[in-house]
Design a protein around this ligand. Structure first.
Ligand code: FAD
Length: 338
């Protein structure tokens, strides 16, 4: 059980800046995110797109903003738990017990939900049999491409991820690219490359096919794919990859007895506290009269929620407001030499 002053759920811009504010005022925090990387929507949905309305930054991409927020956290030691979804939040005396889907547990007086539009989850294959192979021989994202070397890999999907991975893996693997339409959604240059590789027999292309079934005892051995006009049975494969995009869902947050309003959590505007003492919500996931779903709002909300956490984390101390420009104390925490 990890004990911390504050647990932040969500490593998007709101969660990241809030972590900075917490460490600045001397509180510990840990951050959990379901994604395999830090940055929330900015990194997952628009890393290359320029943003023009971050105060004092005339223009930066989603990725640059994320990198700057991570750099701003450099003076501090903050533990990130990526690839973990917070599933359970339970009251335990004066604090909260929190559990992730990977079994990590936290005990904390304060939880800050910076969950954006909910956790990003991959859209999955519908045949039930697929579940037993998940994360063993069936994946929705790639962590270590070396496992596919010399193997047969069946890639499903018609967007950039499916095309890019089919091209990349065709160097060292036998690749089946399977898509339910005969048109692809990816970049034209990738579509042209797929056609060239198919012509040169480096990729086996199956269009208008979908996965019908997966077979194997421990590991995947073969799949059946189905077409309007027929079926291909027992197509030998060692791995299956599905790239159907992400869905965003509030997920387990709906079970935490919070007041919800159209997929957002109602908060007050003094502390950004929910109807549960010690649970706050900031960023896109919170709602209050006049809420603007902009990154700058999440920064402000995080700064106030962080101060509110102080009272429960340090009941015998008084929080003192200080400026970073002039406070020796804050500069010390930031590692600034005077
Ligand atoms: C295409 C596009 C362009 C945009 N352009 C702008 C712009 O120009 N200016 C602007 O201000 N805003 C813009 N936005 C909006 C901006 O991206 C959001 O306001 C911002 O990302 C919200 O940040 P957040 O930290 O609240 O949530 P998010 O960025 O959504 O991050 C939330 C994180 O929480 C995680 N999470 C959720 N539930 C759980 C759980 N149970 N367990 C673990 N992790 C969980 C998610 O995986 C996610 O990583 C744009 C959005 C999009 C989609």
């Amino acid at each position: 059980m990890i004990k911390t002053d504050v647990l932040i759920i969500g490593a998007g811009p709101s969660g990241l800046f809030c972590a900075h504010q917490l460490k600045l005022i001397g509180l510990n925090c840990e951050v959990v995110d379901n994604l395999d990387k830090i940055g929330g929507q900015c990194i997952e949905l628009y890393p290359d797109k320029p943003i023009y309305d971050i105060p004092a930054i005339p223009e930066c991409t989603g990725e640059e903003l994320t990198n700057n927020l991570i750099n701003q956290l450099k003076p501090f030691d903050i533990k990130f738990h990526l690839n973990e979804r917070v599933d359970e939040v339970k009251k335990s005396d004066d604090s909260w017990e929190v559990k992730t889907n990977k079994g990590t547990s936290f005990n904390t007086p304060n939880i800050i939900i910076a969950g954006g539009v909910g956790s990003f989850e991959p859209r999955k294959f519908s045949p039930k049999e697929c579940e037993k192979f998940e994360n063993k021989s069936l994946f929705y994202s790639i962590k270590n491409k070396s496992i596919f070397k010399g193997k047969t890999v069946s890639i499903f999907g018609g967007g950039d991820s499916a095309l890019d991975w089919a091209i990349e893996l065709s160097n060292n693997s036998n690749v089946n690219l399977i898509h339910r339409r005969d048109e692809f959604r990816g970049a034209q240059v990738s579509i042209d490359k797929i056609q060239e590789l198919t012509k040169n027999k480096k990729i086996n292309l199956f269009t208008k096919y979908q996965l019908k079934n997966a077979h194997g005892t421990e590991n995947l051995e073969s799949i059946d794919i189905i077409h309007d006009e027929g079926e291909k049975k027992n197509l030998k494969t060692d791995y299956v990859l599905g790239f159907f995009g992400l869905i965003m869902q509030l997920g387990p947050i709906v079970n935490w007895e919070l007041n919800l309003n159209k997929k957002t959590i109602e908060v007050d505007t003094e502390k950004f506290q929910t109807n549960q003492k010690g649970i706050y919500a900031i960023g896109d996931i919170c709602s209050y009269p006049g809420k603007l779903k902009l990154i700058l709002s999440g920064f402000h909300e995080g700064a106030l929620a962080a101060r509110a956490c102080f009272k429960l984390a340090r009941p015998n101390e008084k929080y003192r407001f200080e400026f970073t420009t002039t406070s020796t104390n804050l500069k010390k925490r930031l590692g600034v030499k005077e």
